[in-house]
Ligand binder design. Structure first.
Ligand code: C2E
Length: 726
């Protein structure tokens, strides 16, 4: 064993000889020295006490009758001062009382003077051996005690519950954590079966796992389980438990590693880590991923999951099912007039009423905003679905009490049945939505089954229009910016704002996918106003970052320009957004201008008076009547990308671009070439003297944050170039 202090052997033991007769002291010393013992002497009791304090001895040979202090007193002194040396009394007195008193005080032996030297040496040897054995035993005891204290400290400081079971599954050991975490007293549990702390609903599983553990050589087992608290009012807690069998090696067969092949199971060692908080956090995250937190209903992902399963089952059993798409009527009015908090309370109350009408197995989900979807997997006829739809409508007709207000809303319900109303998740939901939209367009508050004739282009347009309105309300639109660059210096001198629709299902949609419809429905005005406001606010932030010279180009639709008070409204908007008019460029197509040239002259002149610049977009593709260029206060011509595309390597026939650039130079107009994608195109345009360029070669349209980074990069590289030039 390592780290043990070496025990003195009998021969290097130190002996103190105490007597008040110098002759006797000397003869004893000589005798013991001749046997290789180290010997000190003390003449009298007092001298002996002083010596015993100064020096450690394994053995004291002690006379009893001494003048200054007798041997009994010296033994008393040794006991009081915890002097741990064996004592042999060597005395002339041999009365029974003196002998027994000395032995009672702990003397190892008693030798009468005159002593027999051989007997004395033998007694000394025997006393020393016993003493040394006792010392070794004492040291071992102390080490064991320290080691046990250390292990107890480690086990009790563990964050986990540590336990041991006997082979019947009864607790034989528990650390203190059981009291802290579950409230059980250790003494209550010791001797009881482990089932005393297992939650009721886990007993079966626990019995199986612990039973498995009794089978030897099965190794470590890890599982998660609820344990109960001593107080039945406190909820169960969740634990990560590890157990393994404790085995005793028996039998004579061993494997190559020296492990016994026939160990006997004698119990179980285990630890239990409290993971309640972690589990609750995980559960909450899972809940959040699949539920709407306001109404606590399943969200659209969970709904689709359940619908998927229900379709598979209906298909297997040749059954039908119904999906309802519900959209609240007049919800927006409540939200706008009473505020969002009331709107939220209304949605919660609506969910509760709807849930009240359903059976176990039905799934009601909040699909978004004021839309709900309902899966009825056990519906087999349209009649049953009709009854439920009527019940839901009736249920929501009753007023809702919100604070002091009685609020009346209604609901429009579209119903799609599997399989005739669609065979995939997306199809069924989409068709129920189409049917619901038919209810809305008919005047709201009612239900309608989906029929295939509803899937006409006009229905799809209705849905797109509805979705687009929603996109505006729900912030699904985003403004992207494309840099406009000085062809000679490479400096970013402006950006064009281009709208994008981040559709929740279809991804990012480009303007051509939704602006034509917006134009037809007047939604274009709302969209354009929103784009202008957003772009002004975002570009203003770049000014504040030090990029003062950026020009913002925005597309305007004919619907806006044609409005008689267009200019006044625009100026008022710019004032409201605190955006400098001279930094705004309006992009209009040739066709818009030519449609109503007379009015356009007035409108554009007013814009120019207010320092707003005007660019003709897609120049060259419209009327191409050049005469208006003289009469209108136009600032920029944007060469359409189709002409730029014609500029190709080793070809010199991009004559339209040549003509447009030459004409713009003649008219002293600024020129921006659009759709520059290659270096060849850029070189060509530069050689022509085209001042500004825009296209994928310099960057695609991107969100504001990206452009800010791009501006910073440009600034840095330009500074670097300047330093290098110096
Ligand atoms: N192939 C190719 N294409 C390039 C290149 N560089 C830019 N483009 C694309 O060309 C279009 C330029 O805008 P535009 O002619 O004003 O044409 C715009 C504009 O007329 C209209 N638009 C976009 N945003 C708005 C808006 O907020 N309001 C209005 N009224 N119209 C908008 O939609 C049109 C299409 O916009 P986007 O799809 O964003 O398409 C953008 C842009 O992404 C290139 O190098 N190669």
């Amino acid at each position: 064993m390592k780290n043990l202090t070496p025990m003195p052997s009998p021969n290097n033991a130190r002996i103190l000889v105490v007597d008040d007769e110098p002759r006797l002291v000397t003869s004893l010393k000589q005798l013991l020295n001749s046997h290789q013992y180290e010997v000190d002497t003390a003449l009298g009791g007092k001298a002996a006490c002083e010596q015993l304090i100064r020096q450690k001895y394994e053995l004291v040979l002690l006379d009893l009758n001494m003048g200054d202090m007798d041997g009994h007193q010296v033994m008393g002194f040794m006991a009081e001062n915890s002097i741990d040396a064996a004592t042999i009394v060597v005395s002339g007195e041999s009365t029974f009382s003196a002998v027994s008193k000395a032995l009672r005080r702990g003397a190892y032996d008693y030798l009468k003077k005159p002593y027999d030297p051989e007997e004395l040496v033998a007694t000394v040897e025997s006393a020393l051996s016993k003493k040394l054995l006792e010392s070794a035993h004492g040291a071992m005891q102390r080490r064991l005690q320290r080691s046990e204290e250390l292990h107890r400290y480690i086990v009790n400081s563990s964050p986990d519950i540590v336990f041991m079971l006997d082979k019947e599954g009864k607790f034989t050991f528990l650390n203190n954590k059981i009291e802290k975490i579950l409230g059980f007293k250790k003494r209550e549990l010791l001797g009881q079966k482990y089932t005393a702390i297992i939650a009721e609903n886990e007993l079966k599983k626990a019995r199986y796992l612990f039973q498995q553990n009794t089978a030897v050589n099965k190794g470590i087992r890890n599982f998660e389980m609820h344990l109960k608290s001593s107080d039945s009012n406190r909820p169960d807690r969740f634990f990560d438990i590890t157990i393994f069998p404790i085995e005793r090696k028996t039998g004579k067969s061993f494997n190559a590693e020296g492990q016994s092949l026939n160990p006997t199971f004698i119990g179980t060692y285990g630890t239990a880590r409290d993971i309640t908080e972690r589990k609750e956090a995980e559960d909450f995250i899972n809940f959040q991923a699949y539920h709407d937190l306001l109404t606590r209903l399943p969200n659209r992902s969970l709904f689709k999951d359940r619908l998927n399963l229900a379709i598979a089952q209906a298909k297997r059993n040749s059954e039908r099912l119904a999906v309802m798409f519900l959209d609240l009527d007049r919800f927006k009015v409540v939200n706008d007039t009473l505020g969002h908090a009331m709107g939220d309370r209304l949605l919660q109350a609506v969910s509760a009423r709807l849930e009240g009408c359903l059976r176990e197995g039905d799934t009601l989900s909040r699909f978004g905003g004021d839309e709900f979807t309902l899966l009825l997997p056990e519906i087999n006829s349209r009649e049953d679905a009709r009854k439920i739809a009527k019940k839901l409508i009736q249920e929501l007709k009753e007023p809702f009490k919100l604070g002091d207000h009685d609020v009346f809303i209604g609901v429009s319900i579209g119903i799609a049945m599997y399989p005739e109303g669609g065979i995939s998740v997306e199809q069924i939901i989409q068709n129920a939505d189409v049917a619901m939209y038919h209810v809305k367009s008919r005047g709201k508050d009612g239900y309608q089954f989906f029929v295939s004739s509803m899937n006409t282009p006009s229905s799809n347009r209705l849905i797109l229009e509805r979705d687009l309105r929603k996109a505006l309300e729900d912030d699904q639109l985003k403004v992207y910016y494309q840099p406009q660059v000085n062809a000679q210096s490479g400096e970013i001198i402006g950006v064009e704002a281009l709208v994008r629709w981040h559709h929740p299902e279809k991804g990012v949609l480009s303007p051509s996918q939704f602006l034509p419809l917006a134009e037809e429905t007047k939604l274009i005005v709302d969209i354009s106003n929103w784009v202008l406001k957003t772009a002004c606010n975002e570009v203003k932030k770049w000014f504040q970052e030090g990029y003062h010279n950026i020009r913002l180009a925005v597309n305007f639709s004919p619907k806006q320009i044609e409005h008689p008070r267009f200019v006044q409204a625009l100026i008022a908007q710019l004032k409201r957004y605190d955006f400098p008019a001279e930094k705004l460029e309006i992009e209009l197509t040739e066709n818009v201008i030519m449609n109503d040239l007379e009015n356009m002259v007035k409108t554009l002149s007013m814009l120019a008076e207010n320092k707003i610049t005007i660019a003709i977009d897609d120049f060259g593709t419209g009327y191409s009547s050049l005469s208006y260029l003289h009469t209108l206060p136009i600032h920029t011509l944007k060469v359409d990308q189709s002409f730029v595309k014609n500029i190709q390597e080793k070809r010199n026939e991009a004559c339209i671009v040549n003509a447009i650039v030459a004409m713009a130079q003649g008219l002293k107009l600024n020129i921006v070439a659009e759709g520059v994608e290659t270096e060849t195109q850029l070189k060509y345009l530069k050689a022509l003297g085209c001042q500004e360029v825009q296209g994928f070669y310099f960057g695609r349209p991107q969100p504001a944050e990206y452009i800010l980074t791009l501006l910073a990069e440009h600034k840095n590289s330009q500074q670097k170039n300047q330093y290098e030039a110096v």
